[in-house]
Ligand binder design. Structure first.
Ligand code: PMP
Length: 337
Protein backbone atom coordinates (compact mmCIF):
# COMPACT_ATOMS: atom_id res chain seq x y z
CA UNK A 1 0.00 0.00 0.00
CA UNK A 2 1.35 3.42 -0.94
CA UNK A 3 1.60 5.73 2.03
CA UNK A 4 1.49 9.50 2.21
CA UNK A 5 5.15 9.66 3.16
CA UNK A 6 6.11 7.88 -0.11
CA UNK A 7 3.72 9.96 -2.18
CA UNK A 8 5.16 13.21 -0.85
CA UNK A 9 8.71 12.11 -1.48
CA UNK A 10 7.93 10.93 -5.02
CA UNK A 11 6.18 14.13 -6.01
CA UNK A 12 7.67 17.39 -4.83
CA UNK A 13 5.47 20.26 -5.92
CA UNK A 14 8.40 22.67 -6.11
CA UNK A 15 9.63 25.73 -4.27
CA UNK A 16 6.50 26.76 -2.47
CA UNK A 17 6.16 26.70 1.32
CA UNK A 18 9.52 28.21 2.22
CA UNK A 19 8.87 31.25 0.08
CA UNK A 20 5.38 31.90 1.24
CA UNK A 21 6.24 35.06 3.15
CA UNK A 22 8.64 36.57 0.66
CA UNK A 23 7.58 39.64 -1.27
CA UNK A 24 6.94 38.01 -4.60
CA UNK A 25 4.42 38.05 -7.39
CA UNK A 26 2.34 35.15 -6.10
CA UNK A 27 1.03 33.19 -9.09
CA UNK A 28 1.32 29.76 -7.50
CA UNK A 29 -1.89 29.20 -5.55
CA UNK A 30 -4.80 30.18 -7.80
CA UNK A 31 -5.90 32.98 -5.51
CA UNK A 32 -7.92 35.98 -6.59
CA UNK A 33 -5.40 38.84 -6.91
CA UNK A 34 -7.96 41.60 -6.26
CA UNK A 35 -9.02 43.03 -2.88
CA UNK A 36 -12.29 42.00 -1.23
CA UNK A 37 -15.45 44.06 -1.77
CA UNK A 38 -15.61 47.12 0.49
CA UNK A 39 -18.49 45.76 2.58
CA UNK A 40 -16.38 42.68 3.38
CA UNK A 41 -13.56 44.80 4.76
CA UNK A 42 -15.98 47.03 6.67
CA UNK A 43 -17.72 44.03 8.27
CA UNK A 44 -14.40 42.52 9.36
CA UNK A 45 -13.36 45.84 10.92
CA UNK A 46 -16.72 46.29 12.63
CA UNK A 47 -16.62 42.84 14.19
CA UNK A 48 -12.98 42.57 15.12
CA UNK A 49 -13.72 43.40 18.76
CA UNK A 50 -15.81 40.21 19.03
CA UNK A 51 -12.90 37.82 18.54
CA UNK A 52 -12.77 36.95 22.24
CA UNK A 53 -15.88 34.84 21.59
CA UNK A 54 -16.27 31.55 19.77
CA UNK A 55 -18.39 31.62 16.63
CA UNK A 56 -21.77 29.91 16.75
CA UNK A 57 -20.97 26.27 15.87
CA UNK A 58 -24.07 26.04 13.66
CA UNK A 59 -23.01 28.81 11.27
CA UNK A 60 -26.67 29.42 10.48
CA UNK A 61 -26.18 32.86 8.98
CA UNK A 62 -23.57 31.60 6.56
CA UNK A 63 -25.60 28.55 5.61
CA UNK A 64 -28.63 30.73 4.99
CA UNK A 65 -26.58 33.01 2.71
CA UNK A 66 -25.12 30.01 0.84
CA UNK A 67 -28.60 28.56 0.55
CA UNK A 68 -29.82 31.75 -1.13
CA UNK A 69 -26.77 31.83 -3.41
CA UNK A 70 -26.96 28.19 -4.50
CA UNK A 71 -30.69 27.50 -4.30
CA UNK A 72 -30.19 24.46 -2.01
CA UNK A 73 -31.72 24.13 1.44
CA UNK A 74 -29.61 24.73 4.56
CA UNK A 75 -30.01 21.03 5.39
CA UNK A 76 -28.00 20.28 2.21
CA UNK A 77 -25.09 22.56 3.12
CA UNK A 78 -22.08 21.76 5.30
CA UNK A 79 -19.45 24.41 6.03
CA UNK A 80 -15.90 24.27 7.27
CA UNK A 81 -12.51 25.95 7.05
CA UNK A 82 -11.93 25.61 3.32
CA UNK A 83 -12.82 23.00 0.72
CA UNK A 84 -9.61 21.19 1.66
CA UNK A 85 -10.93 20.59 5.18
CA UNK A 86 -14.14 19.25 3.71
CA UNK A 87 -12.22 16.78 1.53
CA UNK A 88 -10.64 15.46 4.71
CA UNK A 89 -14.01 15.27 6.46
CA UNK A 90 -15.55 13.42 3.51
CA UNK A 91 -12.79 10.80 3.51
CA UNK A 92 -13.19 10.49 7.29
CA UNK A 93 -16.92 9.83 7.19
CA UNK A 94 -16.93 7.55 4.14
CA UNK A 95 -13.76 5.49 3.98
CA UNK A 96 -12.79 2.28 5.71
CA UNK A 97 -9.42 0.61 5.09
CA UNK A 98 -9.21 -1.02 1.62
CA UNK A 99 -12.25 0.79 0.26
CA UNK A 100 -11.82 1.44 -3.44
CA UNK A 101 -11.15 5.08 -4.23
CA UNK A 102 -10.54 6.43 -7.68
CA UNK A 103 -8.80 9.69 -8.58
CA UNK A 104 -8.30 10.37 -12.30
CA UNK A 105 -4.95 12.08 -12.62
CA UNK A 106 -3.60 14.67 -12.93
CA UNK A 107 -5.73 16.31 -10.26
CA UNK A 108 -5.63 17.93 -6.84
CA UNK A 109 -3.29 15.86 -4.70
CA UNK A 110 -5.19 16.24 -1.41
CA UNK A 111 -7.71 13.63 -2.66
CA UNK A 112 -4.86 11.17 -2.89
CA UNK A 113 -3.28 12.04 0.43
CA UNK A 114 -6.46 12.04 2.50
CA UNK A 115 -7.55 8.73 0.94
CA UNK A 116 -4.15 7.27 1.77
CA UNK A 117 -4.53 8.40 5.36
CA UNK A 118 -7.71 6.28 5.52
CA UNK A 119 -5.71 3.34 4.09
CA UNK A 120 -8.04 3.17 1.11
CA UNK A 121 -7.24 1.04 -1.89
CA UNK A 122 -6.42 3.86 -4.21
CA UNK A 123 -6.42 3.90 -7.98
CA UNK A 124 -4.94 6.97 -9.63
CA UNK A 125 -4.68 5.90 -13.23
CA UNK A 126 -4.69 8.49 -15.94
CA UNK A 127 -7.98 8.57 -17.74
CA UNK A 128 -7.88 10.26 -21.05
CA UNK A 129 -10.85 12.55 -21.35
CA UNK A 130 -11.98 11.09 -18.01
CA UNK A 131 -13.44 8.01 -19.66
CA UNK A 132 -14.60 5.64 -16.98
CA UNK A 133 -14.09 2.30 -18.72
CA UNK A 134 -11.86 -0.05 -16.82
CA UNK A 135 -11.71 1.91 -13.59
CA UNK A 136 -13.10 0.61 -10.33
CA UNK A 137 -16.62 -0.46 -10.94
CA UNK A 138 -18.85 0.04 -7.98
CA UNK A 139 -15.98 1.62 -6.13
CA UNK A 140 -16.65 3.42 -2.87
CA UNK A 141 -15.59 6.92 -3.81
CA UNK A 142 -14.40 8.86 -6.86
CA UNK A 143 -12.96 12.38 -6.84
CA UNK A 144 -13.64 14.54 -9.87
CA UNK A 145 -12.56 18.15 -10.08
CA UNK A 146 -14.35 20.55 -12.41
CA UNK A 147 -12.72 22.76 -13.57
CA UNK A 148 -9.83 20.44 -12.82
CA UNK A 149 -6.71 21.59 -11.00
CA UNK A 150 -4.13 21.67 -12.61
CA UNK A 151 -5.39 21.17 -16.19
CA UNK A 152 -8.28 23.67 -16.08
CA UNK A 153 -10.78 21.53 -18.03
CA UNK A 154 -14.41 21.09 -17.11
CA UNK A 155 -15.57 17.48 -16.63
CA UNK A 156 -18.48 16.72 -18.92
CA UNK A 157 -21.83 16.22 -17.32
CA UNK A 158 -22.42 12.84 -18.91
CA UNK A 159 -19.09 11.64 -17.50
CA UNK A 160 -20.09 12.80 -14.02
CA UNK A 161 -23.36 10.90 -14.36
CA UNK A 162 -21.50 7.79 -15.43
CA UNK A 163 -19.36 8.02 -12.31
CA UNK A 164 -22.44 8.60 -10.18
CA UNK A 165 -23.92 5.40 -11.53
CA UNK A 166 -20.74 3.41 -10.85
CA UNK A 167 -19.55 4.65 -7.47
CA UNK A 168 -21.16 4.63 -4.08
CA UNK A 169 -20.18 8.29 -3.69
CA UNK A 170 -18.75 10.86 -6.08
CA UNK A 171 -17.14 14.11 -4.98
CA UNK A 172 -17.16 16.84 -7.60
CA UNK A 173 -14.83 19.59 -6.49
CA UNK A 174 -16.15 22.87 -7.89
CA UNK A 175 -13.66 25.17 -6.17
CA UNK A 176 -13.27 27.09 -9.47
CA UNK A 177 -16.82 26.76 -10.83
CA UNK A 178 -17.65 30.47 -10.80
CA UNK A 179 -14.89 31.03 -13.36
CA UNK A 180 -16.25 28.37 -15.71
CA UNK A 181 -19.91 29.16 -15.12
CA UNK A 182 -20.60 25.42 -14.90
CA UNK A 183 -21.90 23.28 -12.07
CA UNK A 184 -23.31 19.81 -11.67
CA UNK A 185 -25.02 20.55 -8.33
CA UNK A 186 -28.48 20.23 -9.89
CA UNK A 187 -27.73 16.50 -10.37
CA UNK A 188 -28.35 16.16 -6.64
CA UNK A 189 -32.00 16.04 -7.51
CA UNK A 190 -31.40 12.63 -9.13
CA UNK A 191 -28.31 11.34 -7.29
CA UNK A 192 -28.08 11.36 -3.51
CA UNK A 193 -24.50 10.03 -3.75
CA UNK A 194 -23.16 13.30 -5.17
CA UNK A 195 -21.08 15.59 -2.95
CA UNK A 196 -20.26 18.99 -4.47
CA UNK A 197 -17.43 21.00 -2.92
CA UNK A 198 -17.08 24.75 -3.16
CA UNK A 199 -14.61 27.31 -1.85
CA UNK A 200 -14.57 30.98 -0.94
CA UNK A 201 -10.82 31.06 -1.65
CA UNK A 202 -10.96 31.60 -5.42
CA UNK A 203 -13.82 33.59 -6.99
CA UNK A 204 -14.67 35.27 -3.66
CA UNK A 205 -11.04 36.07 -2.88
CA UNK A 206 -11.09 34.93 0.75
CA UNK A 207 -8.24 32.39 0.68
CA UNK A 208 -6.79 33.79 3.90
CA UNK A 209 -10.12 33.48 5.69
CA UNK A 210 -10.49 29.72 5.10
CA UNK A 211 -14.12 29.14 4.17
CA UNK A 212 -15.51 26.27 2.12
CA UNK A 213 -18.71 24.29 1.87
CA UNK A 214 -20.27 21.11 0.56
CA UNK A 215 -23.65 20.64 -1.06
CA UNK A 216 -24.86 17.09 -0.49
CA UNK A 217 -27.59 14.81 0.68
CA UNK A 218 -28.79 15.54 4.23
CA UNK A 219 -27.30 12.33 5.60
CA UNK A 220 -23.83 13.23 4.33
CA UNK A 221 -24.18 16.82 5.56
CA UNK A 222 -25.21 15.65 9.02
CA UNK A 223 -22.21 13.33 9.29
CA UNK A 224 -19.76 16.01 8.15
CA UNK A 225 -21.20 18.52 10.61
CA UNK A 226 -21.11 15.95 13.40
CA UNK A 227 -17.42 15.17 13.15
CA UNK A 228 -15.95 18.51 12.23
CA UNK A 229 -14.29 20.59 14.87
CA UNK A 230 -17.31 22.56 16.20
CA UNK A 231 -15.56 25.90 15.63
CA UNK A 232 -13.49 24.98 12.57
CA UNK A 233 -14.58 28.05 10.67
CA UNK A 234 -13.54 31.31 12.30
CA UNK A 235 -16.07 33.93 13.29
CA UNK A 236 -14.49 36.49 10.95
CA UNK A 237 -14.43 33.90 8.17
CA UNK A 238 -18.17 33.43 8.49
CA UNK A 239 -18.78 37.20 8.54
CA UNK A 240 -16.54 37.79 5.51
CA UNK A 241 -18.23 35.03 3.49
CA UNK A 242 -21.73 36.29 4.30
CA UNK A 243 -20.70 39.79 3.17
CA UNK A 244 -19.01 38.48 0.02
CA UNK A 245 -22.28 36.83 -0.98
CA UNK A 246 -23.93 40.26 -0.82
CA UNK A 247 -21.47 41.52 -3.43
CA UNK A 248 -21.60 38.84 -6.09
CA UNK A 249 -21.80 41.49 -8.82
CA UNK A 250 -18.46 42.97 -7.72
CA UNK A 251 -16.81 39.54 -7.86
CA UNK A 252 -18.34 38.88 -11.30
CA UNK A 253 -16.69 42.04 -12.60
CA UNK A 254 -13.39 40.95 -11.06
CA UNK A 255 -13.75 37.50 -12.65
CA UNK A 256 -14.33 39.08 -16.06
CA UNK A 257 -11.02 40.94 -15.75
CA UNK A 258 -9.30 37.72 -14.71
CA UNK A 259 -10.73 35.77 -17.64
CA UNK A 260 -9.75 38.39 -20.17
CA UNK A 261 -6.24 38.48 -18.70
CA UNK A 262 -6.13 34.69 -18.91
CA UNK A 263 -6.77 34.79 -22.62
CA UNK A 264 -4.11 37.47 -23.10
CA UNK A 265 -1.60 35.34 -21.18
CA UNK A 266 -2.61 32.30 -23.22
CA UNK A 267 -1.99 34.11 -26.50
CA UNK A 268 1.45 35.19 -25.36
CA UNK A 269 2.45 31.83 -23.89
CA UNK A 270 1.22 29.90 -26.92
CA UNK A 271 3.83 31.63 -29.05
CA UNK A 272 6.34 29.35 -27.37
CA UNK A 273 4.66 26.64 -25.28
CA UNK A 274 1.80 24.19 -25.23
CA UNK A 275 -0.97 25.71 -23.08
CA UNK A 276 -3.92 23.58 -21.90
CA UNK A 277 -7.50 24.72 -22.44
CA UNK A 278 -8.63 26.35 -19.20
CA UNK A 279 -12.02 27.27 -17.78
CA UNK A 280 -10.48 28.47 -14.51
CA UNK A 281 -8.26 31.30 -13.22
CA UNK A 282 -5.01 29.54 -14.07
CA UNK A 283 -3.16 28.03 -17.01
CA UNK A 284 -1.19 24.80 -17.23
CA UNK A 285 1.87 25.13 -19.43
CA UNK A 286 4.06 22.40 -20.88
CA UNK A 287 7.55 23.71 -21.46
CA UNK A 288 11.13 22.80 -22.28
CA UNK A 289 13.03 25.41 -20.28
CA UNK A 290 15.30 23.88 -17.63
CA UNK A 291 14.53 25.01 -14.05
CA UNK A 292 11.95 27.50 -15.23
CA UNK A 293 10.15 27.86 -11.90
CA UNK A 294 13.42 28.40 -10.00
CA UNK A 295 14.51 30.98 -12.55
CA UNK A 296 11.18 32.76 -12.35
CA UNK A 297 11.48 32.79 -8.57
CA UNK A 298 14.90 34.38 -8.78
CA UNK A 299 13.13 37.21 -10.58
CA UNK A 300 10.46 37.37 -7.89
CA UNK A 301 7.69 35.49 -9.71
CA UNK A 302 6.24 32.41 -8.05
CA UNK A 303 4.50 29.78 -10.21
CA UNK A 304 3.67 26.18 -9.33
CA UNK A 305 6.02 23.57 -10.75
CA UNK A 306 3.83 20.49 -11.26
CA UNK A 307 6.42 18.43 -13.10
CA UNK A 308 6.22 14.82 -12.01
CA UNK A 309 2.54 14.91 -11.10
CA UNK A 310 1.00 11.63 -12.26
CA UNK A 311 -0.59 12.04 -15.66
CA UNK A 312 1.64 14.89 -16.85
CA UNK A 313 4.25 13.98 -19.38
CA UNK A 314 7.37 16.14 -19.20
CA UNK A 315 8.01 19.49 -17.48
CA UNK A 316 4.94 21.58 -16.65
CA UNK A 317 4.11 24.59 -14.54
CA UNK A 318 0.80 26.09 -13.50
CA UNK A 319 0.44 29.84 -13.41
CA UNK A 320 -2.38 31.76 -11.74
CA UNK A 321 -3.85 34.72 -13.56
CA UNK A 322 -2.81 37.75 -11.55
CA UNK A 323 -3.39 41.48 -12.01
CA UNK A 324 -2.38 42.95 -15.34
CA UNK A 325 0.93 44.35 -14.06
CA UNK A 326 1.81 41.04 -12.38
CA UNK A 327 1.03 39.10 -15.55
CA UNK A 328 3.09 41.58 -17.58
CA UNK A 329 6.07 41.00 -15.31
CA UNK A 330 5.61 37.21 -15.50
CA UNK A 331 5.43 37.31 -19.30
CA UNK A 332 8.44 39.60 -19.48
CA UNK A 333 10.56 37.27 -17.33
CA UNK A 334 9.40 34.16 -19.22
CA UNK A 335 10.23 35.71 -22.55
CA UNK A 336 13.79 36.34 -21.38
CA UNK A 337 14.43 32.70 -20.36
N1 PMP B 1 -9.96 22.05 -4.34
C1 PMP B 1 -9.17 22.45 -5.34
C2 PMP B 1 -9.33 21.84 -6.68
C3 PMP B 1 -8.20 23.42 -5.12
O1 PMP B 1 -7.39 23.80 -6.12
C4 PMP B 1 -8.07 23.98 -3.84
C5 PMP B 1 -7.05 25.04 -3.51
N2 PMP B 1 -5.90 25.04 -4.20
C6 PMP B 1 -8.91 23.53 -2.84
C7 PMP B 1 -9.86 22.57 -3.13
C8 PMP B 1 -8.81 24.03 -1.45
O2 PMP B 1 -9.48 25.22 -1.30
P1 PMP B 1 -9.69 25.88 0.12
O3 PMP B 1 -8.82 27.09 0.14
O4 PMP B 1 -11.15 26.21 0.15
O5 PMP B 1 -9.31 24.89 1.16
Amino acid sequence: MRRVVDFINEYDPGPFPEDFDREVIQLASNENPYPPAENVIAAIKNNIFKINRYPSPYYRELKKAISEYTGFGVENIAVSSGASDIIRLVTDILLDPLDKVFVPMPSYTMYVMYSMLREASLETRVYEGYRIDGCYERGKLAFLCSPNNPTGNVVERKVIEEFLQNFEYVVVDEAYCEFSGTSCADLLEHYDNLIVLRSFSKFFGLAGMRVGYAIADEKVVRAIEKIRNPFSLSMLGQIAAVEALKSVEYYRRVAEMILSERERMRRELEKRFYVYESSANFLLVKHDVPDISERLMEEGVLVRDVTGLEGLDGPHFRVTVGRKEENDRFLEVVSGL
